[in-house]
Ligand binder design. Structure first.
Ligand code: AMP
Length: 355
């Protein structure tokens, strides 16, 4: 892959906060960014150089977008693969649609990772109510029934404490779904890894991630000893996933730290909420490293800038605490420019640097 020098235009599919922070990082390196998103409110467009507001399936728009961009990336994995594949025939797309395809479907994702020696929770595919009973017999309870596609932030999931919960779970989720054994874990953590166009890889020290109602609430570094002990194994698996997919850019894998070692939960072929701390907490942020990777530049240092770092998500009304946060020494406020706060909506985050 040839190096794209600063001044080139990076296309970003998707208009959310990840695109917003990618566009800021790109601007710092002297690149232009062009966001393509259908949403009425695209917060990425507030920091990008230009915006096309259109449906991803409009071929005329896509052709025009491809002609205006030197490389294209995406900021969310629930985009349909077809337009991304179509774009990839016209302009380099990183990460490739292959990464997108695997990450979009939970059964394909778990099977792929298991094939590389990773350990997902025990799981069984569920296409009908009868198959749910068979899956419960195989996987046991407690368990979680998840839609195979389009799940995020705990959406599309139902917990089963016992087989008696099967009817309610099926009603809530339906099929196609996957039943996963409930994992008993000490901590959750993630590996945010970057793979360059030349195959070089770097990854960040793993944050300890705490979820509330299925949504990431906080990431803390350094992580507890149980996580540190599983870092090498999880990072090696994440590296094998990236290499096998020929992934270029950031790849994030989420893990449960269990008594038997790291259990793979899911992957995202993109920058990730559990890597937001890297903006102030690492020498090179995940956003800058993603831009470096997709432009064929050398990757940046992933070392920490302080002994202790905490990222807190501002969800729903929590963003109203912005003036308190500004008064805190060592706190960095990030608000995403969203007009309306809804319960569960990520409005911003705070990074606290502890020296
Ligand atoms: P997911 O969208 O699959 O990442 O799930 C969101 C959150 O729900 C995870 O970060 C965990 O806190 C929890 N969770 C999901 N699946 C499981 C599982 N199989 N066992 C235990 N907790 C889970």
């Amino acid at each position: 892959m040839r190096t794209l020098p600063p001044g080139a235009t990076i296309g970003i599919l998707g208009g959310g906060q990840l695109g917003r922070m990618l566009a800021s990082a790109a601007a710092e390196l002297g690149y232009r960014t062009h966001v393509l998103a259908p949403d009425r409110e695209s917060v990425a467009a507030q920091t990008a150089s230009s915006l096309t507001r259109a449906d991803y399936h409009n071929r005329i728009v896509l052709a025009d977008f491809a002609a205006q961009c030197d490389v294209v990336t995406y900021e969310f994995e629930n985009i349909a693969v077809e337009p991304v594949e179509w774009l990839a025939e016209k302009v380099p797309v990183h990460p490739s649609p292959a990464s997108l395809r695997v990450a979009q479907e939970r059964i394909a994702e778990k099977s792929f990772v298991a094939g590389l020696g990773g350990r997902p929770a025990a799981f069984a595919a569920v296409g009908s109510r009868a198959e749910l009973d068979a899956a419960i017999a195989e996987v046991g309870t407690p368990a979680v029934l998840k839609t195979t596609r389009m799940g995020y932030d705990g959406k599309g999931q139902a917990r089963l404490r016992s087989p008696a919960d099967a009817d309610a779970a099926w009603e809530a989720i339906g099929g196609p779904a996957v039943l996963e054994a409930f994992v008993t874990f000490a901590h959750e953590f993630s590996i945010v890894l970057v793979r360059g166009a030349d195959g070089a890889m770097v990854s960040y020290p793993p944050p300890w991630n705490v979820h509330e109602d299925g949504i990431l609430a906080r990431s803390t570094l350094p992580a507890p000893a149980e996580v540190a002990a599983q870092w090498t194994e999880a990072a090696a698996l994440t590296g094998r996933i990236a290499e096998t997919l020929g992934h270029v850019g950031v790849l994030t894998c989420e893990y449960f730290a269990t008594a038997d070692g790291p259990v793979f939960n899911e992957m995202a072929p993109r920058v990730h909420n559990s890597g937001h701390w890297t903006i102030e907490g690492a020498v090179t942020s995940q956003f800058e490293n993603h831009i470096r990777a997709i432009c064929g530049l050398p990757l940046g240092d992933t070392g920490l800038t302080a002994p202790g770092i905490e990222m807190e998500n501002l969800i729903g009304d929590a963003w109203e605490r912005w003036s308190e946060v500004l008064a805190e020494p060592g706190a960095h406020l990030h608000l995403y420019g969203k007009r309306e706060a809804r319960p569960g909506r990520k409005m911003g985050h705070v990074t606290r640097i502890r020296r």
